[in-house]
Design a protein around this ligand. Sequence first.
Ligand SMILES: [Zn+2]
Length: 112
Amino acid sequence: MIVCRNCGKQIDINSEFCENCGAKLDLDEVIYKKDIENTRLLRNRRDNIRFACNILLTFLLLIGIMFTFLSFFLTEYPKITMVILALVVYLIFFIVLIVKTKKLSNIEKKLP
Ligand SMILES: [Zn+2]
């Protein structure tokens, strides 16, 4: 939202004129406010991605460690299954890690 300089009413940032008094909005101010809003949205997105990925990565790591442990303690037949499961989980872990790093660096580039 942006405040009209003429009448002081709050106006939607995407409108060109004040809905209340019809005064033209200051373009510099609109651009500045839009930048602030975009930055805020990008930061929110970055924090959300970071949070979600960290939870997922922790979860995958724990599952991977669990399968690794099981593969040490189990006998012949389930052992190989556990090894394969552990490897798959570690693979997913690294894929998530790479995607997270790429997404965050993309957002970081757009931030001032
Ligand atoms: Zn106005």
